[in-house]
Write a protein that binds this ligand. Structure first.
Ligand code: SAM
Length: 225
């Protein structure tokens, strides 16, 4: 996911939307996307909750070149106006309530100038794979890793479970993460609440059409001029 070849379509898509303006990455993490986007000539800033992740980013690029504010992307403000705010790799789901996700859209809108765009990359909730009466959907079953999602359909919460082989002694390390999944239509309403309009929805960074079989979407909302 971090290779130059894998990132090329993502960077091209985001650079075109940023144009001559500045880009703000919500949940920038270790800079997997933000650092090469900056290196491509776009001025990038970031917001990140984890000081540890930001410290890894800081080993790649200095604060003057790519400033990062430590805080929650739903509420943290950074100085200046942006032509692009983006939030990739399903990270909107780390906000575990609808209210927090709405606040995230509002915060994106606050940072955009007129005509600016908010971009989200997000998987379509894989509920079509969940047969009646079952609670789990496996997404990877191999010697090294067993991964499956469990669902709380009432609360719209998905938990991803990972059992990863640790060395050769047959032991598996267990980890899980909790997410609030949301359908594209719900995101469109959140965008409207934040004063943004849907401009484009595609199935991947290459711009393939979004269909009922798409596993994920890249959505672009625009702040009216
Ligand atoms: C899956 S990583 C994605 C990082 C980066 N955007 C990328 O694509 O490589 C998710 C990141 O979101 C951060 N994060 C989670 N909740 C957040 C929040 N409420 N505000 C800001 N960052 C958050 C995590 O600390 C982590 O660095």
């Amino acid at each position: 996911m971090s290779s130059a070849a894998a990132l090329a379509p993502t960077l091209a898509f985001l650079a075109e939307l940023a144009g001559d303006g500045r880009a703000l990455e919500f949940a920038i993490g270790t800079g997997r996307v933000g650092v090469p986007l900056q290196e491509r000539g776009v001025q990038v800033a970031g917001i990140e909750l984890s000081e540890h992740m930001a410290a890894v980013l800081r080993r790649k690029i200095d604060e003057d070149t790519l400033p990062v504010a430590i805080g929650d992307m739903a509420t943290t403000a950074v100085p200046g106006e942006f032509t692009l705010v983006y939030l990739v790799y399903n990270t909107i789901t780390n906000l575990l309530t609808q209210d927090e996700q709405v606040e995230c859209f509002r915060n994106a809108a606050r940072h955009l100038g007129p005509g600016g765009r908010f971009v989200i990359e997000l998987g379509v909730p894989p509920l079509r794979f969940l047969p009646p009466g079952q609670v789990a959907v496996p997404f990877d079953v191999s010697e090294q890793h067993v991964g499956f999602d469990t669902f709380d359909l009432v609360e719209q919460i998905l938990v991803s479970h990972h059992f990863t082989r640790d060395g050769d002694d047959g032991r598996y390390r267990r980890a899980n993460s909790r997410h609030r999944y949301a359908w594209p239509a719900e995101l469109d309403l959140m965008a409207r609440i934040a004063g943004l309009e849907l401009e484009r929805r595609v199935a991947d960074w290459d711009g393939e059409p979004f269909t009922q079989d798409s596993a994920k979407h890249i959505s672009v909302w625009r702040k009216p001029t």
